[in-house]
Design a protein around this ligand. Structure first.
Ligand code: F6R
Length: 243
């Protein structure tokens, strides 16, 4: 695992977008496993800017959802798909045929998870997973405890995740979700984790020091062959290098 510390959230977005663009330049039809949340917003804006100025050709890029709430209608604008559509898919003009999406209308979440896995497999696997770091060390919605082999599945969100998601919801916060499994994330050819803000400093420090531990799912990234963590100075104030 490589750690790069940049000055601020803006520099993080620019550096992350450049890395995504470099992958797409070598593999135009790359499959991007894309996180939602606060952290990647700047990166998605920067990708849209690169596409607008012709630096990034996203015309063949494919995108897979990382996670999705259960209990909302398929087209609910509050869904993570709705979020992703506004932040990434529409600005980069990724049409439905190039999107792998969780089928939340499916009666059986386990079948929806199997269908998602089958689509990722048929697409040749994930080329780049662009992730955020949960306040409790989750990746996607792989809440602690989640082992490295945790499959794509229905999960119940932890109280800490519900509290952090509550900012987005005026009324009831969805408590159940589908998440790409740790097994899908760790099978990605490359992983880029974005960590921004002082609120993430302590969990980032724990992740960097931790042995692989289901109690801190992000710690399994230590075993991944090509993981880069990009943090801003607020999230990594002492700039201690970790290899
Ligand atoms: C979002 C996701 C989550 C977030 C994480 C960090 O699709 O899967 O794991 O990446 O909770 O969220 P933010 O970036 O809002 O701090």
């Amino acid at each position: 695992m490589e750690l790069h510390v940049v000055d601020d959230a803006r520099a993080l977005a620019v550096a992350a977008a450049a890395r995504v663009a470099a992958v797409v330049a070598t593999r135009p039809d790359a499959l991007l496993l894309a996180a939602t949340g606060d952290t990647p917003i700047g990166t998605y804006n920067e990708l849209a800017r690169l596409a607008d100025d012709g630096t990034l050709d996203a015309s063949r890029l494919r995108v897979a959802q990382l996670d999705e709430y259960l209990g909302l209608g398929g087209d609910d604008p509050r869904s993570l798909y709705g979020w992703m559509e506004r932040a990434l898919l529409a600005p980069l003009a990724i049409e439905p045929a190039r999107i792998i999406r969780f089928d939340v209308t499916h009666d059986d979440p386990t079948s929806a998870a199997r269908s998602y896995d089958a689509q990722v497999r048929a697409a040749g696997g994930v080329d780049l997973a662009l992730l955020g770091l949960g306040p409790n060390g989750h990746l996607g919605f792989n809440e602690p405890p989640s082992g490295a082999d945790a499959p794509t599945r229905k999960v119940r969100l932890n109280p800490e995740t519900l509290r952090s998601n509550a900012d987005y919801w005026r009324d009831a916060v969805p408590e159940r979700a589908l998440t790409a499994g740790m097994s899908v994330i760790l099978a990605a050819r490359r992983i880029l984790v974005l960590v921004s803000g002082e609120g993430k400093a302590s969990i980032l420090d724990r992740m960097l020091r931790s042995e692989p531990d289901p109690g801190l799912p992000a710690s399994f990234l230590h075993h991944h062959a090509d993981t880069v963590v990009l943090a801003d100075r607020d999230a990594r104030p002492d700039r201690t290098p970790h290899a």
